[in-house]
Design a protein around this ligand. Structure first.
Ligand code: XMP
Length: 236
Protein backbone atom coordinates (compact mmCIF):
# COMPACT_ATOMS: atom_id res chain seq x y z
CA UNK A 1 0.00 0.00 0.00
CA UNK A 2 1.25 3.48 -0.92
CA UNK A 3 1.22 5.73 2.15
CA UNK A 4 -0.60 9.03 2.17
CA UNK A 5 1.28 12.28 2.94
CA UNK A 6 0.82 14.05 6.23
CA UNK A 7 -1.97 16.65 6.25
CA UNK A 8 -2.76 19.19 5.12
CA UNK A 9 -2.56 18.23 1.47
CA UNK A 10 -4.83 18.05 -1.56
CA UNK A 11 -6.58 14.99 -2.96
CA UNK A 12 -6.91 15.41 -6.71
CA UNK A 13 -10.28 14.16 -7.94
CA UNK A 14 -9.87 12.77 -11.46
CA UNK A 15 -13.42 12.81 -12.84
CA UNK A 16 -12.19 12.79 -16.42
CA UNK A 17 -11.78 10.38 -19.32
CA UNK A 18 -8.70 8.26 -18.61
CA UNK A 19 -6.50 9.91 -21.24
CA UNK A 20 -7.22 13.39 -19.87
CA UNK A 21 -6.75 12.16 -16.29
CA UNK A 22 -3.34 10.72 -17.16
CA UNK A 23 -2.30 13.92 -18.94
CA UNK A 24 -3.44 16.05 -16.00
CA UNK A 25 -1.45 14.04 -13.47
CA UNK A 26 1.62 14.26 -15.73
CA UNK A 27 1.14 18.02 -16.16
CA UNK A 28 0.97 18.42 -12.38
CA UNK A 29 4.26 16.58 -11.78
CA UNK A 30 6.08 19.69 -10.51
CA UNK A 31 3.45 20.16 -7.76
CA UNK A 32 3.02 16.48 -6.91
CA UNK A 33 4.55 17.07 -3.45
CA UNK A 34 1.41 19.11 -2.68
CA UNK A 35 -0.92 16.28 -3.71
CA UNK A 36 -1.70 13.61 -1.12
CA UNK A 37 -3.50 11.14 -3.37
CA UNK A 38 -5.34 10.65 -6.64
CA UNK A 39 -9.05 9.92 -6.40
CA UNK A 40 -10.13 7.88 -9.39
CA UNK A 41 -13.66 7.83 -10.53
CA UNK A 42 -16.42 5.45 -11.51
CA UNK A 43 -16.46 7.31 -14.83
CA UNK A 44 -12.98 6.03 -15.75
CA UNK A 45 -13.85 2.61 -14.43
CA UNK A 46 -16.83 2.50 -16.80
CA UNK A 47 -14.43 3.40 -19.59
CA UNK A 48 -11.46 1.06 -19.04
CA UNK A 49 -12.14 -0.93 -15.85
CA UNK A 50 -10.46 -0.53 -12.46
CA UNK A 51 -7.43 -2.58 -13.53
CA UNK A 52 -6.98 -0.36 -16.57
CA UNK A 53 -7.17 2.84 -14.52
CA UNK A 54 -4.70 1.70 -11.87
CA UNK A 55 -2.21 0.22 -14.33
CA UNK A 56 -2.24 3.41 -16.46
CA UNK A 57 -1.51 5.61 -13.45
CA UNK A 58 1.03 3.25 -11.90
CA UNK A 59 3.29 3.50 -14.96
CA UNK A 60 4.35 6.99 -13.87
CA UNK A 61 3.18 7.86 -10.33
CA UNK A 62 3.55 6.42 -6.82
CA UNK A 63 0.83 8.64 -5.34
CA UNK A 64 -1.76 6.63 -3.39
CA UNK A 65 -4.87 5.81 -5.40
CA UNK A 66 -8.29 6.23 -3.81
CA UNK A 67 -11.11 4.54 -5.68
CA UNK A 68 -14.43 6.33 -5.31
CA UNK A 69 -16.98 3.83 -6.61
CA UNK A 70 -19.59 6.68 -6.46
CA UNK A 71 -21.38 5.43 -4.35
CA UNK A 72 -19.73 2.24 -3.14
CA UNK A 73 -20.92 -0.01 -0.30
CA UNK A 74 -24.59 0.39 -1.16
CA UNK A 75 -25.27 -3.27 -1.92
CA UNK A 76 -25.78 -6.47 0.06
CA UNK A 77 -22.76 -7.56 2.13
CA UNK A 78 -21.74 -10.43 -0.19
CA UNK A 79 -21.52 -8.18 -3.25
CA UNK A 80 -19.82 -5.39 -1.30
CA UNK A 81 -17.09 -7.87 -0.35
CA UNK A 82 -16.57 -8.86 -3.98
CA UNK A 83 -16.44 -5.21 -5.08
CA UNK A 84 -13.72 -4.57 -2.49
CA UNK A 85 -11.80 -7.66 -3.61
CA UNK A 86 -11.94 -6.63 -7.27
CA UNK A 87 -10.70 -3.13 -6.42
CA UNK A 88 -7.94 -4.51 -4.19
CA UNK A 89 -6.75 -6.93 -6.85
CA UNK A 90 -6.47 -3.99 -9.26
CA UNK A 91 -4.11 -2.32 -6.78
CA UNK A 92 -6.04 0.57 -5.21
CA UNK A 93 -4.78 1.87 -1.86
CA UNK A 94 -7.99 3.38 -0.45
CA UNK A 95 -11.69 2.75 -1.06
CA UNK A 96 -14.67 4.96 -0.22
CA UNK A 97 -17.86 3.55 1.30
CA UNK A 98 -21.23 5.28 1.35
CA UNK A 99 -23.27 2.91 3.54
CA UNK A 100 -26.24 5.29 4.09
CA UNK A 101 -28.60 3.13 2.03
CA UNK A 102 -27.19 -0.26 3.00
CA UNK A 103 -26.76 -0.42 6.77
CA UNK A 104 -24.21 -1.82 9.24
CA UNK A 105 -23.87 -5.35 7.80
CA UNK A 106 -22.72 -3.97 4.46
CA UNK A 107 -20.35 -1.56 6.19
CA UNK A 108 -18.93 -4.42 8.25
CA UNK A 109 -18.42 -6.49 5.12
CA UNK A 110 -16.73 -3.53 3.39
CA UNK A 111 -14.29 -2.86 6.22
CA UNK A 112 -13.50 -6.56 6.82
CA UNK A 113 -12.79 -7.11 3.14
CA UNK A 114 -10.60 -3.98 3.02
CA UNK A 115 -8.60 -5.19 6.02
CA UNK A 116 -8.08 -8.66 4.53
CA UNK A 117 -6.76 -7.08 1.33
CA UNK A 118 -4.72 -4.29 3.01
CA UNK A 119 -6.86 -1.55 1.50
CA UNK A 120 -7.56 1.46 3.72
CA UNK A 121 -11.32 2.05 4.13
CA UNK A 122 -12.78 5.55 4.00
CA UNK A 123 -16.38 6.15 5.11
CA UNK A 124 -18.61 9.03 4.00
CA UNK A 125 -20.60 10.70 6.79
CA UNK A 126 -22.45 13.45 4.91
CA UNK A 127 -22.66 14.81 1.37
CA UNK A 128 -22.19 18.38 0.23
CA UNK A 129 -25.01 19.28 -2.08
CA UNK A 130 -28.45 20.80 -1.50
CA UNK A 131 -30.99 18.18 -0.47
CA UNK A 132 -28.29 15.61 0.32
CA UNK A 133 -29.87 14.81 3.69
CA UNK A 134 -33.45 14.76 2.45
CA UNK A 135 -33.81 10.95 2.56
CA UNK A 136 -31.61 10.51 5.62
CA UNK A 137 -32.55 10.43 9.30
CA UNK A 138 -31.04 12.96 11.70
CA UNK A 139 -28.93 10.39 13.51
CA UNK A 140 -27.68 8.53 10.43
CA UNK A 141 -24.21 10.05 10.26
CA UNK A 142 -23.74 9.51 14.03
CA UNK A 143 -24.70 5.85 13.73
CA UNK A 144 -22.38 5.37 10.76
CA UNK A 145 -19.54 7.13 12.58
CA UNK A 146 -19.97 4.99 15.70
CA UNK A 147 -20.09 1.76 13.73
CA UNK A 148 -17.08 2.75 11.62
CA UNK A 149 -15.09 3.70 14.73
CA UNK A 150 -15.96 0.31 16.28
CA UNK A 151 -14.66 -1.33 13.09
CA UNK A 152 -11.40 0.64 13.31
CA UNK A 153 -11.96 3.06 10.43
CA UNK A 154 -9.69 6.12 10.58
CA UNK A 155 -10.64 8.07 7.43
CA UNK A 156 -13.94 9.84 6.85
CA UNK A 157 -15.46 12.01 4.12
CA UNK A 158 -17.25 15.11 5.43
CA UNK A 159 -18.65 18.09 3.47
CA UNK A 160 -15.93 20.69 2.91
CA UNK A 161 -18.45 23.43 2.19
CA UNK A 162 -20.28 23.05 5.55
CA UNK A 163 -18.03 24.47 8.24
CA UNK A 164 -20.45 23.76 11.10
CA UNK A 165 -20.71 20.10 10.08
CA UNK A 166 -16.92 19.80 9.88
CA UNK A 167 -16.61 21.23 13.40
CA UNK A 168 -19.22 18.81 14.70
CA UNK A 169 -17.47 15.80 13.14
CA UNK A 170 -14.11 17.04 14.40
CA UNK A 171 -15.62 17.09 17.91
CA UNK A 172 -16.79 13.47 17.54
CA UNK A 173 -13.32 12.49 16.32
CA UNK A 174 -11.63 14.15 19.27
CA UNK A 175 -13.92 12.30 21.68
CA UNK A 176 -12.59 8.99 20.33
CA UNK A 177 -9.01 9.92 21.28
CA UNK A 178 -7.91 8.41 17.96
CA UNK A 179 -6.04 9.90 15.02
CA UNK A 180 -9.03 10.36 12.73
CA UNK A 181 -8.55 12.05 9.37
CA UNK A 182 -11.12 13.96 7.32
CA UNK A 183 -11.20 14.15 3.52
CA UNK A 184 -13.57 16.69 1.99
CA UNK A 185 -15.14 17.52 -1.34
CA UNK A 186 -17.21 20.67 -1.81
CA UNK A 187 -14.13 22.88 -2.23
CA UNK A 188 -14.01 25.30 -5.16
CA UNK A 189 -16.80 24.33 -7.57
CA UNK A 190 -19.32 23.91 -4.73
CA UNK A 191 -18.31 27.07 -2.90
CA UNK A 192 -16.18 25.68 -0.08
CA UNK A 193 -12.82 27.25 0.78
CA UNK A 194 -9.79 25.06 1.39
CA UNK A 195 -8.56 27.44 4.07
CA UNK A 196 -11.83 27.51 6.01
CA UNK A 197 -12.36 23.76 5.67
CA UNK A 198 -8.87 22.95 6.92
CA UNK A 199 -9.15 25.48 9.73
CA UNK A 200 -12.38 23.75 10.84
CA UNK A 201 -10.73 20.33 10.86
CA UNK A 202 -10.40 18.95 7.33
CA UNK A 203 -7.09 17.22 6.66
CA UNK A 204 -7.36 16.62 2.93
CA UNK A 205 -9.52 18.82 0.69
CA UNK A 206 -10.72 16.78 -2.31
CA UNK A 207 -10.63 18.96 -5.41
CA UNK A 208 -11.71 18.13 -8.94
CA UNK A 209 -13.28 20.72 -11.23
CA UNK A 210 -11.57 23.73 -9.64
CA UNK A 211 -8.28 22.17 -10.77
CA UNK A 212 -9.03 20.27 -13.96
CA UNK A 213 -11.27 22.95 -15.48
CA UNK A 214 -8.79 25.73 -14.70
CA UNK A 215 -6.68 27.32 -17.41
CA UNK A 216 -3.61 26.85 -15.26
CA UNK A 217 -4.17 23.86 -12.94
CA UNK A 218 -0.68 24.19 -11.41
CA UNK A 219 -1.52 27.68 -10.15
CA UNK A 220 -4.71 26.39 -8.49
CA UNK A 221 -2.85 23.55 -6.76
CA UNK A 222 -0.23 26.02 -5.51
CA UNK A 223 -2.86 28.45 -4.29
CA UNK A 224 -5.00 25.80 -2.60
CA UNK A 225 -1.97 24.29 -0.93
CA UNK A 226 -1.05 27.69 0.56
CA UNK A 227 -4.67 28.00 1.75
CA UNK A 228 -4.41 24.54 3.35
CA UNK A 229 -1.27 25.60 5.25
CA UNK A 230 -2.90 28.85 6.36
CA UNK A 231 -5.98 26.99 7.55
CA UNK A 232 -3.86 24.39 9.36
CA UNK A 233 -1.80 27.08 11.10
CA UNK A 234 -5.01 28.90 12.05
CA UNK A 235 -6.49 25.91 13.89
CA UNK A 236 -7.29 26.46 17.55
P1 XMP B 1 -15.49 18.53 -7.57
O1 XMP B 1 -15.35 18.66 -9.04
O2 XMP B 1 -16.79 19.03 -7.04
O3 XMP B 1 -15.42 16.93 -7.33
O4 XMP B 1 -14.31 19.12 -6.82
C1 XMP B 1 -15.83 16.32 -6.12
C2 XMP B 1 -15.57 14.84 -6.18
O5 XMP B 1 -15.90 14.27 -4.91
C3 XMP B 1 -16.87 13.22 -5.08
N1 XMP B 1 -17.80 13.23 -3.94
C4 XMP B 1 -18.53 14.21 -3.55
N2 XMP B 1 -18.61 15.41 -4.08
N3 XMP B 1 -20.12 15.99 -2.37
C5 XMP B 1 -19.39 16.30 -3.48
O6 XMP B 1 -19.40 17.43 -3.91
C6 XMP B 1 -20.08 14.80 -1.79
O7 XMP B 1 -20.69 14.60 -0.78
C7 XMP B 1 -19.23 13.86 -2.42
N4 XMP B 1 -18.93 12.65 -2.15
C8 XMP B 1 -18.02 12.26 -3.07
C9 XMP B 1 -17.55 13.53 -6.40
O8 XMP B 1 -18.12 12.36 -6.93
C10 XMP B 1 -16.37 14.06 -7.19
O9 XMP B 1 -15.57 12.97 -7.61
Amino acid sequence: MNNIKKPPSIILSLDLPIENAVNLVKDLKEVSAKIAALKVSSLQVMEVGIKGVVSELRTFTDLPIIYDHQKGCTDIPAIVERQVNASAEAGVDFLIAVPQGAGPKSLESFVDACRKKSVEPIVLLEMTHEGANEYIKEDTSKKIFEKAIELGVNYFVVPGNKVESIQMYKGWAEETGRDIKFMSPGIGAQGGSAKEAVRAGVDYPIVGRAIYQAEKPIEIVNRMYVECLEGFNGRK
